[in-house]
Ligand binder design. Structure first.
Ligand code: HEM
Ligand code: HEM
Length: 226
């Protein structure tokens, strides 16, 4: 049996699988007038998750923190991509250089998709909660960009799934198990972070996720909408 260490805390994992469900739902419900209210609610919560994940990137346990991601520079990213293509696993428990960049891209894209959704209007049945606050030209631009961003998000998800499949099947790295159980192979140079699975982290994440999601939905969903 390969030795493993705790890497992804419960909030990284819960967040990941919740946004997977949320985004699948958004793709199915988007553009269907019957589901527009649920689409808006789930979209606002996805925006709230991005805020939580950014906060968690500063106050969460070691491997959730942006400071533990390899520095996002083009040379390291190129090296990291080369390693993937030549099937040489990067022996790091957290995100690889290219994986870290993908996280930033996901956060930006999900946030912008949610933001343009909140700013769009169909002029008949639906006004996004931010639409009454901005000039008409921006509302119209948001309505044009929203479907483009959601398609771009879909494309990046496609690349993500191909990359994960490659890592798991060709490079024999148990990444999916890692995102399910939180544990990944231990590499000698890394001490691991048992703290990631502590009840303090559980409570801290619970409080901050409720705060960020509650504030986002409270301000954007409830206060601005009704
Ligand atoms: C809507 C679809 C998806 C989106 C938007 C998405 C997004 C993300 C994000 C943002 C992360 C970084 C997690 C963090 O640090 O907080 C991540 C990591 C990961 N995702 Fe996904 N994901 C999607 C679907 C999937 C699926 C279907 C699988 C597996 C079958 C998967 C497997 C993984 C794994 C294994 C990691 C961790 C990689 C590592 O160990 O470095 N993802 N994903
Ligand atoms: C990450 C979050 C979101 C995703 C992935 C998403 C995805 C989508 C998709 C795939 C469509 C269909 C586009 C088409 O017809 O080709 C759509 C349409 C729409 N979405 Fe979203 N959406 C998100 C957030 C939101 C939010 C927060 C709101 C409003 C509060 C919103 C409001 C709308 C509206 C009004 C439409 C129909 C008009 C249009 O095409 O612009 N969406 N969305």
């Amino acid at each position: 049996m390969q030795k493993t260490i705790p890497v992804w805390d419960i909030w990284v994992r819960l967040g990941h699988w919740s946004i997977v469900l949320g985004i699948v739902f958004q793709q199915i419900s988007g553009g269907d007038a019957e589901y527009i209210d649920v689409h808006a609610t789930v979209g606002i919560l996805l925006g709230g998750w991005v805020l939580f994940r950014i906060l968690w990137g500063f106050i969460g346990p070691k491997y959730a923190r942006f400071s533990s991601f390899p520095p996002p520079n083009p040379i390291r990213a190129k090296e990291s991509l080369k390693r993937v293509l030549t099937r040489q696993p990067e022996k790091v428990p957290g995100h690889s250089a290219i994986g870290g960049l993908a996280v930033y891209l996901f956060l930006m894209l999900i946030f912008l998709t949610a933001l343009t959704g909140m700013s769009s209007s169909d002029d008949i049945l639906f006004d996004g909660p931010l639409a009454p606050l901005i000039p008409a030209a921006m509302v119209s631009l948001a309505g044009t960009i929203h479907p483009i961003l959601s398609d771009l998000l879909l494309a990046i998800i496609g690349v993500h799934l191909i990359a994960i499949t490659w890592h798991v099947t060709v490079m024999k790295e148990p990444l999916i198990r890692g995102m399910l159980t939180g544990r990944k192979p231990a590499f000698e140079q890394e001490p691991g972070d048992p703290h990631a699975f502590s009840s303090v982290i559980f409570l801290k994440g619970l409080i901050y996720s409720l705060l960020t999601l509650g504030l986002t939905y409270g301000i954007i969903g409830i206060y601005l909408r009704w």
